[in-house]
Design a protein around this ligand. Sequence first.
Ligand SMILES: O=C(CO)[C@@H](O)[C@H](O)COP(=O)(O)O
Ligand SMILES: [Fe+2]
Length: 227
Amino acid sequence: MAAQISPSILSADFAKLADDVALIADAADWVHVDVMDNHFVPNLTLGLPVVEALLKHSALPLDCHLMIEDPDRWAPQYAEAGAGSVTIHVEAAKAPVRTLRTIRAAGARAGLGINPATPVEPYEDLLGEIDMLLLMTVEPGFGGQRFLDVVLPKVRRAREMIKGRDLPVWLQVDGGVSAETIERCADAGADVFVAGNAVYGSGDPAEAVRALRGKAEHATSGAAWSR
Ligand SMILES: O=C(CO)[C@@H](O)[C@H](O)COP(=O)(O)O
Ligand SMILES: [Fe+2]
């Protein structure tokens, strides 16, 4: 699958989200929406009402990343509202299989998120239940953090697991993804790239997305996993 770029609006201007989403509409594949509840992570961002409002103004599908304590309760509502993709965290979900199936039944892609210190192997049997695996490459909670190289071996193992099972599961990396780090992520096996600061912290967000895509596709074409 070709590389996909999902800019995170965590680094956009929350007072003009619709305008900032429009800036990347012709360049990106998704809009990554970080939902934080100040319990699962030590930060508070936005919730369902803002997502519902944004859905009316975004030409791109919303990629909702739920960093909240009770995803089993809330994730289905994001899917029913019209999110294109809803990701729940393994560290928070108490009934992940049921919740992932409910997300899919509501017509959204189902994602499973994994923090940097959480191993991926225990979740191999859930790969058939998901459309995307999200591997955090920073500790969740804030944009603009430094990329954690220590996660790259896990990205490689996750790609091997997905390839081994021959499943159409996308592998997303989230956190510290930039022009300096995206090639390492693509080489390790990632095919969906979240970037907040690297896109909205730049003077030209659309051009930043195009540059990231170019680097990711170049690295993917030379990567062993893509052959
Ligand atoms: O989920 C998160 C943070 O918890 C991310 O989506 C960040 O928002 C990505 O921002 P950058 O690290 O690219 O600035
Ligand atoms: Fe995120």
